[in-house]
Every structure is written in C-alpha cells, then in structure tokens.
Design a protein around this ligand. Sequence first.
Ligand code: GLN
Length: 558
Amino acid sequence: MTKFIIVAGGVISGVGKGVAAASIGRILEEYGFSVTAIKIDPYINCDAGTMRPTEHGEVWVTDDGGETDQDLGNYERFLGVSIPKRNNITTGQVYKKVIDDERSGRYLGQTVQLIPHITDEIRDRIVEASSGFDIAIVEVGGTVGDYENIPFLFSIKNMENEIGKGNMCYMLVTYLPIPSHIDEMKTKPTQTSVKLLRENGIQPDFILCRGKNALDEPRKKKIEQYAQIVADHVISMPDVTGPGTVNSLYAIPLQLQGEGLGEKLLATLGLAKKRDATFTEWRGMMDGITAAAREVRVGMVGKYLDIGDYRLADSYISVNEALRHACAEHKARLRLEWINSKDLESDKFDARSLDQYDGIIVPGGFGSSGVEGKISAIRYCRENDKPFLGLCYGLQLSIVEFARNVCGLEGAHTTEIDPGAKNPVIDILPEQKGVIKKGGTMRLGAYPAVLKGGTVVHSLYGRDSVTERHRHRYEVNPEYHAVLQEHGMVFSGMSPDGRLVEFIELPGRRFFVATQAHPEFKSRFLSPAPLFDGFIGACLAADGAPARPGEAQAMARH
Ligand code: GLN
C-alpha cells in the first residue's frame, strides 16, 4: 500500500515548499523506495498553460504533454523520474470533471455537492496518481488558511480516515521571519499556522522551519511545545542560497538528512529501509559545486527582464537549473547574466559587448518583443564563433538569421511575427494546422528525433534517437530545408518521418547548436541534459581549458 506524506505550507508562500517536498522524496529514494510527487494547485485554471510566466513562473511541460506548475520540475530534477500531468491537480480540473459528469447524467437524482462529490474526486485523483508507488508526496499549494485549500485538506483528512493514520504523515513547512527592527527570529506565525492546520482536523507530524538562519534551541522548544509534536520533529531548514551558504538548492536533501529526517519519517510511517541512504552520486555532484574551480559566464538573451530579476529567474527556471546541472558535472561555477533582448535592438548597442561571455543562450519565447535583438545575438555568435545554444524559439531565430545573412533570403522570417513574410522559413505546417486549434494548443510533450551520425548532437547524446519535450506551434518550413543545408547548416536531428527539423548545428565551430525541443525539461541533477553539458564544456574550452573528455559516456545515462 502507498504511504502518503502531505506537505502543506504556513505563513507565506515562496519559501521553498516544492523543493522541500522534492528533497524529502529524494531522501526516501535513497532508502530504496519508489517515490512519486503530486502537486495540488488550488487555482481554478485547469492547467498552467495560459498563465503569464512573469507572474506564475515557468510553465513546465511533461512527457505526456501537460502544461503544469513548475513544482513538477523540482520533483523531476530531484527524484530523477518523469512525472505525468495527472500529478498536477487543480481546482479547475476537479470541478470541470464533476460538472461534466453531472451534465452527462452520472449523478441523476442526486444533489451534487462540495462534500462528498468534489472531495471524492480529489481523493480519486490523488489515489490514481500515486498508485504503484511505495510513497507519494502530496504538496498542497498556497498556505494553510487560504479558503481555496479547504476542500483539499478536507479530502486528505478523509483519506487518512480511510487508510489509517499509520499510512499518512503531515509536514508543515513554515517560515520564521527575523524583523530587522528587532533582529530576532519570531515563532508566532508558525504557531498560528499550526492552529490553522488544526482547524482542518490535521495535526502536523513534522514542522520544517524555513528561515534565514538555523533554528536555535529555545525557539525549537517553543514550537515543539506549542505544536505538541514529538521532540525532534521540529526540523531546522536555514537558507542554502545567498552569501555565506553553499548556494545550491541541491544541498537541501543532505541538509534535511543531517537532521535525521529520513529515519524519522520511516519510523513515523512504519517503514523499514530497503537499503542505507548513502547519497553517493548526489554527494559526488555536490562536490562539483563546492569544489568548482572555474567560472563560466553565460549570457541568456531573454525578454522578461523588464519585470524584475527574481521573476525573470523563475520564468526560465528549467534553463537555469539545466545550466547548474551541467556546471556541477564540469566542476565549474555558473555566472549567469540576463541580457534584455530589447536592449540589443537599440542603436547604441554594440554587439561586441557579447564577447565578455563564454557562451550565449537564446531560450524559448513567443511574440515579437526583442526578436531582432535575439537575431543580432545569434549573428554575433555565428560570425565570431562564440559558443551558442538555441532552445525552441532560439532554433527558429537561428534559422531566420542564417536564411537572411548566409543564404541571402531577403525578408526571411517566422510567420509568427510576419504572417506575410517573403521567405517564411518558419511557419505553421499544413499538417499542423489541423492539430493545432486556436486558443492555445501546441505541439506539446515528448517527441522522438532521429540523430545524424557524426554530428555534435549525436556525439553528445551518444545514441541514434532521442526523445525531448516540445512546446511550440511553428516549425522549420520544409520548403527551405534544401537551401539551408546547401549553405552549410546541418540538420543533426529530424522527426522520424524526416519532415520536422529537431536539431541543427554549424559544423567546425566551437559549439553552435540549437533544438526545436526544450531539453532543459529533462535535465536532472544526477543526469544533466546532454546539450547543456556540451555547451558548458565548449564555454570552458573557449576559456582556454580543454573540454572534459568522455562527455558522450556521461550522456548515455540520460
Ligand atoms: N514561439 C515559437 C512557437 O510557437 C517558439 C515557442 C517556444 O520557444 N517555446 O513555435
């Protein structure tokens, strides 16, 4: 039978509940258990596909084509497994299903109500997503006390009654502020959160105390007494990023394990460990972070910069993390800088300023804002042999740049920006027009590509075919395949039917690679995405150091 760990948040959101949940999962995997993680989002959207990334963070894409909350990304990066879209449960999905069922007559004669119809639907979804796993972590979005959380907590409490308390464990992640005017860590908001959780009939088994600093003994005792929980179940979780820290989220599983959390959880759930938790591989990668000898300076040409740095970081979180994974593998320290693509369009901008970076990334994007700036950056990389990695829109704009400046195709563009382009090198293909309906659907989820032998992409993946995730509408127009290749562009990966360009590269360069896919969605701490690994290797090589040998073998794990 699956055991459940419910992770709820108190005090404020954004304190790292998702990473805490993912870290707990990682610890339990180290003990030999199969673990999955489920995110509950109490908003009414059916999924995150239509939300603004600058407000809600990046839209995460699953293998099965779901557009979900980015916490599923945290789970995958920490657990090293693929998480399907059904693991992101939203209020919208739940109500839609119940209302659709009601309309189709499933409940004929009944009054359809919040309890039991909505709460049963929530339970069914949690049970379905967790079936077959030893342990399921269920993260409840938002903070306790939110009105929107109530049906979910109610449903979870019902589940506890059905499966028995011994199979369910509750974890409250809180935040202990240190107001600057008193310079003292305050426990009161945590106490209030415990009270709010109890109002839902739930008594926490563990309290994870997030804060700038570690929890000291008097405060630990205070929380322990107030919450009436077993001694040692108040777990200190100080910041691991920022000045004076190891500056990596991947330190968290080890930090929590340092508090003995794994053994305490197993005891609470009545589980005997299947093996010792050694964290051998994990520690190996962490060493790559702590012992990083060289710095790699990457410029990322994005468009969300005018909204504020922290939001930007979130809207490209998977790219940032994929770069971190690759840097850990190369024992290099990442210095990631954001370049506003709109700034590159200004007359005053001198493309030579890009020379200060070891490599340039043009990530995914939509719409016209900053597009010419991105094209200038790509041109600079191509003409100056600067390591370049293009992701999705990054590939499309590399094609536009090459078509204009190498093939001499006047007015070459993507029809996303210029529907009447003279040379529509990027377009919606006729066969896509039927699939892609108005209102948001795209080519979404995992699609295979056949790789061409002898290419950089093939050697990085170390295999003949790969599957990467997609989220886009437009494609390289097949009518231009020939002219692009005649001018030296290599299509290093194609869809199995040979119609869609999935990977491109320019041969004889340090590194000039782009993909129609989003390989960042499959990068995990223990298995960095091959293209990112190759890109960072090339950036370091450009810096004078040789690229690490044996990259292809490392990639074979992917
Ligand atoms: N805007 C482009 C498209 O829709 C690229 C999308 C992306 O980068 N994810 O095809």
